[in-house]
Design a protein around this ligand. Structure first.
Ligand code: AMP
Length: 280
């Protein structure tokens, strides 16, 4: 595995490989790698000649300075996981390399960014779009792999690719969970022992909702989920939404022709966790 920290070196390497007609699979990450990330990488490696991974904790997608500060970082530990995952190139730039000047781009995603993560984390998706667009320009991948754990982010990136006519195929990958159901996340590392023990309550509640959804209207089911969290004081529910899988707008009836998911954001202690589950 080769590690690059500059855009110039990465671009030169990629250009060479493109000339040799090698296909490139790309997995952008913020590090603190876990099985969720590694599953994306293994798939990218299978489907392409070369696997490029980026590790960059993108400051402009954090709307809370404390969240950025506390984000786990351990490049040495990550590198040990990248090699067995088949990573050929690691791109791990410093902030000044990605943002030599003040950032001024402004992307607009309309309805897609008006809800959930877009509504609760101001500027978040603009920060995501800016970094992903820059990374795509550098890596020139044929395919880029994203987790459905961040379902709204995936929808935003698909919209970005359409809007900007980017020549990359976006490959959605299923959520990887711990054996107790908790969706894997770099943020799980920040849970205390006690919090980690109760964290599976999130997925348990989502599965219980999924198993009985037909007995309720979406509105009633939402109320049921909210009341479950009201009885668990360790959790502070930010939102639970039932929305379609294209524009992520609230649905008011179950329609078998409309892909529909439940989306949740919860604070457990100082850690903000998100998850989702498909109903239809
Ligand atoms: P992050 O490092 O959190 O920015 O995540 C990098 C990529 O890994 C994103 O496409 C995420 O959606 C994906 N990812 C993170 N956690 C999981 C998971 N538990 N299952 C599947 N994909 C994940």
């Amino acid at each position: 595995m080769i590690t690059f920290t500059t855009i110039k070196e990465t671009k030169a390497f990629v250009l060479e490989k493109k000339k040799e007609k090698k296909s490139i699979g790309f997995v952008p990450t913020m590090g603190a790698l876990h099985e969720g990330h590694l599953a994306l990488m293994r798939r990218a490696k299978l489907e392409n000649d070369l696997l490029v991974v980026s590790i960059f904790v993108n400051p402009i997608q954090f709307n809370k300075a404390s969240d950025l500060e506390k984000y786990p970082r351990d490049l040495e530990k990550d590198i040990k996981k990248l090699i067995p995952a088949g990573c050929d190139v690691l791109f791990a730039p410093e902030v000044g390399e990605m943002y030599p000047e003040e950032v001024s781009e402004q992307y607009h995603f309309g309805l897609l960014e008006s809800v959930m993560e877009g509504a609760y984390r101001e500027g978040h998706f603009n920060g995501v779009a800016i970094v992903v667009k820059r990374l795509f320009e550098i890596v020139q991948a044929n395919r880029a792999y994203f987790g459905e754990k961040d379902f709204q982010q995936l929808a935003i990136i698909q919209a970005l690719v359409r809007m900007e006519h980017l020549d990359v195929e976006i490959i959605p990958c299923p959520i990887v969970r711990e054996t107790d159901g908790l969706a894997m996340s770099s943020r799980n590392e920040r849970l205390t022992g006690e919090e980690r023990k109760i964290a599976p309550f999130i997925f348990q509640t989502l599965t219980a909702a999924r198993d009985t959804y037909k007995n309720y209207t979406p509105e009633k089911l939402k109320k049921w989920v909210v009341s479950k969290f009201d009885h668990e004081p360790a959790f502070k529910l930010e939102y639970f939404e039932i929305a379609d899988d294209k524009m992520l707008q609230s649905v008011h009836t179950w329609d078998e022709h409309t892909g529909t998911l439940g989306f949740i954001a919860v604070n457990l202690g100082n850690v903000r966790l998100i998850d989702n589950i498909r109903f239809i």
